[in-house]
Design a protein around this ligand. Sequence first.
Ligand code: NAP
Length: 535
Amino acid sequence: MIRNFTSADYDVIVVGAGIGGIYGVHKLCQMGLSVLGLEAGAGVGGVWYHNRYPGARVDLESADFCYHFSPELFRDWRWTERYASQNELSRYLGHVADRFGVRERFRFNTQVVAAHWIPERHVYAVTTSAGDRVRCRFLVMATGALSLPRKPDFPGLSEFQGQLVLTSRWPDHPVEWAGRRVAVVGTGSSGVQTIPVVAEAAERLYVFQRTPSYSVPVRNGPPDERQWKEICSDVTAARDYLFTLPTATRTAQAERAAADLSEADRIRLMERLWMRGGQGFKAIFSDQGTNKVANDYVAEFVRTKIREIVNDPKIAELLSPRGYPICSPRLCLGSGYYETYNRENVTLIDLRSEPIQQITRTGIETGERLYEVDLIIFALGFEAFTGALDAAGIRNTDGLAPTDQWKRGPRTYLGLTIPGFPNLFTITGAGSPSVLANMFLASEQHIDFVAECIGHMYETGRTTIEPAQEAVRAWTGHAADAAKDLLRLQVDSYLVHVNHDDRDRTLIPYAGGFHHYVQRCRQVVARGYDGFAFG
Ligand code: NAP
């Protein structure tokens, strides 16, 4: 039942209690605004609430991958590992939400199902799955770029008599895999993390792989104490420093192009970074993202490692990614991933030669045979960038959804605002650095921009803000320019929008570098919100 506008109106509704939403609610409340948070899940954490699959772990170092807005918060939380587990990160986000009184501002298990702009009142009328209707002046979509699960749609799925789970919506009750016959479908980052952990205890594990991923060892361990103390001595300076880096992480950037090094030096460098583990592999050579030859050196190095690690040459070949560059879409960080395929209880199924035909009562049937299992884990990824935005049912006065005008790729201004949608802000979405940057710092930067902008509007008596079409055109053109030489633009992945009419390609996140993006946003503010029209 839809209740009328009986609930109080709010200055701001923040949708999503993930990294952006937690900070958003805190920051906007701190400004004295009335803020309501709406979250579909049962608790705080967003993607880090739902992605509690076995082995789930961050792929950026925790000293970077955490909030930096509060020096006290930074100093008070001690990470126990260099790369935090989902469990630790989720506890951290809960701690932050409690510390800043954010949890009380949220309605949980409450999904936004519609949000209509009412021009006469300058409000969004937001309808929730709980039947509430609430009005707000500003709608902040902190729903994340990778949050709405891609659901399996194999024929016969509903016939399966065993248990089905998604890595992206892992149940909050225990899922038993020890001693059971298990299938994992999907070998992206989520699959790469899940597979070794499940293999250790499952009676039998069948891995269904369509496209092999490049995976490098994460080499987790205790956090770097010296670095932590250094950051603690001036957290604000550390935050400012991260804002000057292309991905808002301290991952070293390559200084030299591949061709500037001898073959022996290239191999020495790659060996060193392989042994160090982590994201360093993304930037071994300064031109590996744009020069196919340089990229091939790195890709072939990983294939060599796969051949060294995996005992069976046929399995090694099936696991070897070919025909697409390394780091497109994103590098997977694994722990004993390739080693898992030496286990007697693990079978790799190559879906390119043996596609799934159907799910039966007892398992997964391919063209070759039926694999009988008790548990199927789907690690299929997300309806990236547009999924959660579409699910919220946002409509403007023409009845259009924000993504209706994205047939040729995202049309945004700074990835923060969408033309035709007054007072709507998207946090770390399409058109911004998004998944190409550290989500914590990117969220802080976006929320700070939104907060300052709303503050400016209240101070100057403005009620609406919307990007001008010309500014949207210029930003879209600039973003296209920044991505045009990237090898990852040529590969079909969730990062790339392909226009089906002319195969024109657009990189969905902004690839010009987080540091340049921050500068651009600052310029826009300094020039009196250049490119925005106020009402
Ligand atoms: P993903 O990278 O999109 O991988 C999905 C996997 O499912 C791919 O192997 C894909 O194969 C396969 N797949 C999809 N539909 C299929 C179908 N119908 N039949 C068979 N296979 C199918 O998703 P993800 O692994 O969840 O990772 C997404 C992103 O989330 C990552 O790039 C990363 O940015 C982020 N992530 C981060 C972490 C971390 O921080 N540690 C962990 C997990 C995820 P194809 O490639 O052939 O489509």
